[in-house]
Design a protein around this ligand. Sequence first.
Ligand code: NAP
Length: 462
Amino acid sequence: MADRPLHVAVIGAGPAGIYASDILSKSGVEVRIDLYEKLPAPYGLVRYGVAPDHPRIKAIINALYNVLQRGDIRLVGNVEIGRDISVDELRERYDAIIVATGADRDAPFNVPGADLPEVYGAADFVYWYDGHPDYPRTWPLEAREVAVLGVGNVALDVARILAKQPDDLMSTEIPHNVEAGLRQSPITDVHVFGRRGPAQVKFTPMELRELGHVPDVDIIVYPEDFDYDDGSQAAMENSKMTRQVVEQLTEWVFQEEEDMTASRRIHIHLLQQPVEILGEDHVSGIRMERTELCGDETVRGTGEYIDYPVQAVYRAIGYYSSPIEGLPFDTVRGVVPNTAGRVLSEPDGQVLTGMYATGWIKRGPVGLIGSTKSDAQETIGHLLDDYRANMFSPTADELGWESMQTILESRGIRYTTWRGWELLEEYEKALGAQEGRERIKVVERETMTAISRGEPHDGKLY
Ligand code: NAP
């Protein structure tokens, strides 16, 4: 082991990158950790993926804040690795690099009509309502009836935000442009579609139950969509969560019709798969095929089709990672190829010394935020094993931050720091205080950057 601190660069300041940095910083090894983030603000999908009306999950930010405010992990925001700084430049200057860039876009979806203009990715919509600086400020909320494909928690978020009355979002951090967009939405009905049965939905019980408490929104579930095969029975026996979800869905089937008086509705349809999005130039409907369970929780089409009149389709069928220039990428799985966190070269599958992955870019976009911690444990364990085995050999004369700072400044890259984030937080909280809210997000990237750097700005919020 070298007679100097270990220098590690982490790419991505979301939960995966922060948990990995935290575990490494507490490992007992003398280490300098630089946490690179392409946005001017940290927290990744907790800030830009968790729905604004989920304060309990947003509160994970408090734990992430506690890690970063200690000061032993250096946050370097507004720097995109692969664009502003190459992966090779990092490799020359750090002993090890941990990729923790998550899954930031929608999985591909191909059925006839999927290219019509009103077919949207859930991730894009989430970025809009969560005020992501790199996405458009307006969203075309013109449809009265909408289809949401997929029965995971992202589908629930999308359906809930679409159906919720904007007044019920006004205690949250949503930016003003999002409030204005939601207020003009004429929506009345959101149809959520699952291609398998009730025991195969991916909702978690608490998030599903929450749907039943949204004011002025009725939940409608159809008895003909309920069927169970042997695989379903086994899933319900083995998983309390599955039983709870099925119980909740069943409860909604038995609601009294006279209790359904809300002006907006979320319909949950099961055992139906999308086959075509209808419409010439614009979406006018969606054609679903009834499916049946095969015994092992998979389904097959029955040849029976049902058309639903909808004017927009949101696909919430899973996230997908973006490749990073200079790093191998498995386009089938949408991950950086790795073995238990050690990155592998493509196509020969050799371990790339000093390169690691953690979080969704390592294992794909599944699992709640907490599961990222055990993932980081595994990756950091291997990194430390390799360190102790003297595997690292960066080549630059000067290592770590001093060397990188020189490069960033010579390129005129306006990087942001932890102190900068504290300034932006103060600004957002002051904006919120004017309206009796905890925070209102600043969306405009230039304003975020200037506030963080203590530079003059025109106060443009979105
Ligand atoms: P997910 O849980 O994997 O759900 C994806 C859904 O899309 C599944 O129902 C899947 O059905 C369906 N699907 C996939 N391909 C399809 C196709 N071609 N046609 C129709 N349906 C298709 O993914 P997610 O909703 O993106 O969530 C990702 C993770 O983030 C999950 O772990 C989730 O719990 C978490 N999350 C949590 C919250 C929260 O509030 N706690 C909020 C958002 C996300 P099959 O099962 O049949 O493949």
